[in-house]
Design a protein. Structure first.
Length: 306
């Protein structure tokens, strides 16, 4: 078995080309990983659509129904930031199913990566910032409720604060929310994670890596989670359209290796999702997201996890 990678063709569909959300980045990421041999038929894992009862672990059932039935109000659609379609419903629910499958594979093998996920702006009863359902919160409650994990730690390295995750899991003592984010960025009104690490604009590779190392060295021994959910957003990149940090490709690769190595050295399984990334050059964006999967595959082979 090679590094488990989770993907489905539903993740990308025909979408307005001028829209800010890069809906085609998922298929481009898939194609890039195929071309480089990181993804192949032997390690491709196809997810099911997430059922409503699991969505309801973190979301208002009425909100779930209104999204499915195309009955969201105009203001709700504006806040979601995406044009509703049946393809969007399939893509959204399938991607949550993919994140759940990635977490289950991580518990089984020690490490697994999704080619989507990280929808951390979705709140209990409304969508926000291109995020409809909060896969990180759903995974956490599913793993805890099923007894598959006694404590889950969410390590969110997307450049934007995981406000939806923080608010949904605010009173879940065994779901620890950690957000490293650019302080002066979306959302304007921040939530309260268990641990918020606000970062200054233009922070570079060395400063960022030092902070990640310090945070992990402190929090992993403190909480000793049974599973770490890693949101590996690449909107920290210096060329990202919505980021305001100054990381290079090499800095992101160091970050991804650091997070995974810190966890595996402590026998903590890692479920990695790709998080945010915005660039008009979609091929460059796909390669940027692929840094996670290349880094994880290298660690997988170095450690002989198969």
């Amino acid at each position: 078995m090679d590094l488990p990678l989770v993907y489905h063709p539903d993740y990308s569909f025909e979408f307005p080309a001028a829209h800010r959300f890069p809906m085609d980045k998922f298929v481009r990421l898939h194609d890039h990983l195929r071309a480089t041999g990181t993804l192949h038929d032997g390690n491709l894992c196809l997810p099911q659509i997430c059922p409503d009862d699991l969505l309801a672990l973190a979301h208002d059932p009425d909100y779930v129904a209104r999204f499915h039935d195309a009955s969201l109000a105009t203001q709700e659609l504006r806040r979601m930031g995406l044009p509703w379609s049946e393809a969007l419903v399939r893509r959204t629910t399938r991607a949550v199913g993919g994140s759940i499958l990635t977490a289950e594979l991580a518990l089984q093998y020690g490490l697994a990566c999704h080619l989507a996920g990280g929808t951390h702006h979705a709140h209990y009863d409304f969508a926000s910032g291109f995020c409809v359902f909060n896969d990180l919160a759903i995974i956490s409650r599913y793993m805890l409720a099923s007894g598959k994990a006694q404590r889950v730690l969410i390590f969110d390295c997307d450049v934007h604060q995981g406000d939806g995750t923080a608010r949904i899991l605010e009173h879940d003592a065994e779901a620890i929310t950690v957000s490293l984010h650019c302080e002066n960025n979306f959302p304007a009104r921040k939530a309260h994670s268990d641990w918020d690490i606000p970062l200054p604009r233009n922070l570079d590779d060395e400063g960022y890596i030092r902070i990640v190392d310090d945070v992990l060295n402190y929090l992993l021994p403190l909480y000793q989670p049974d599973l770490l959910l890693y949101d590996a957003g690449v909107d920290v990149h210096q060329q990202d359209a919505l980021g305001y940090l100054n990381l290079t490709d090499q800095g992101i690769a160091r970050r991804d290796r650091q997070v995974i190595e810190h966890c595996l050295a402590r026998d903590i399984p890692v479920c990695a999702v790709i998080g945010g990334g915005y660039d008009s050059n979609r091929e460059a964006l796909a390669r940027r997201h692929a840094i996670l999967h290349h880094s994880a595959q290298q660690i997988w082979r170095e450690r002989g996890l198969s």
